[in-house]
Design a protein around this ligand. Structure first.
Ligand code: PGA
Length: 254
């Protein structure tokens, strides 16, 4: 069985003080060696402080982005090695806000995926359709295109360090969650795509997280779907009690 995984994407929120307090509360509820993998991705400037706050717990540090070149004249960007240097073990790439607000293409996301994997970071690679794609019946086609574009050149052996996150754009931060059936259908499509391109073993072992308005009251039903292996949580990851309740929902299913 795939190990369930709950990740918190703090986005551009918290102060150093509130972030450290939040991380400490989560860390206290997640001892190392637990049955569920847990990651939090704070804003870059707080990485070191949060790394310290979660030390010794079962929570891993993630980042929300990276740039794909190793170093150089890329004003404002952060490299994979810099992330590792401050304790990040994971990185979220291809998030819909990077795609649709910051204009990242599948090609750029592909380069970032390669860089993250080559650097030894665990990559949480996000895909998801917008509302008009869903309404127009193009959900599966959009997901296939994003998978194809983002994973070009990624080898089967690298999947040990890769998690896919399905995040329907219309459900992110809107309070409008995909129904468990909608989530399961999209996850089954993603797993089918992985099977077709990488074979059954990789398809069956790769985790696919659901993200988009996951809350304590819907987490168990969503994560309980056959092809849903955890959650990528935005808003609810900013409240320790809510994030911990989502982790506990996953623990209850493990
Ligand atoms: P949300 O965000 O939980 O606030 O909808 C999810 C995400 O964007 O990762």
């Amino acid at each position: 069985m795939r190990r369930l995984f709950v990740a918190g994407n703090w986005k551009m929120n918290t102060t150093k003080e509130s972030g450290v307090a939040l991380a400490k509360e989560v860390a206290a509820a997640v001892p190392s060696g637990g049955s569920v993998d847990v990651m939090v991705a704070p804003p870059f400037p707080y990485s070191s402080a949060i790394h310290e706050a979660i030390a010794g717990s079962g929570v891993e540090l993630g980042a929300q982005n990276l740039w794909y070149e190793p170093s150089g004249a890329f004003t404002g960007e952060v490299s994979a090695d810099m992330l590792k240097d401050v304790g990040c073990a994971q990185v979220i790439l291809g998030h819909s806000e990077r795609r649709h607000v910051l204009g990242e293409s599948d090609e750029v996301i592909n380069k970032k995926n390669h860089r993250g994997l080559e650097a030894g970071l665990h990559v949480v690679f996000c895909v998801g359709e917008q509302l008009d794609d869903r309404d127009g019946g193009r959900t599966d086609a959009v997901l296939s295109t994003q998978l194809e574009g983002g994973l070009t050149g990624v080898e089967g052996g690298q999947f040990a360090n890769l998690t896919v996150a399905y995040e329907p754009v219309w459900a992110i931060g809107t309070g409008r969650t995909a129904s468990p059936e909608q989530a399961e259908a999209a996850h089954a499509h993603i797993r089918g795509w992985l099977r077709e391109h990488y074979g059954a073993e990789i398809a069956d072992s790769t985790r696919i997280l659901y993200g988009g308005s996951v809350k304590p009251d819907n987490a168990a039903e969503l994560i309980g779907q056959d092809n849903v292996d955890g959650a990528l949580v935005g808003g609810a990851s900013l409240k320790a009690d809510q994030f911990i309740a989502i982790i506990q929902a996953a623990q209850g299913l493990s």
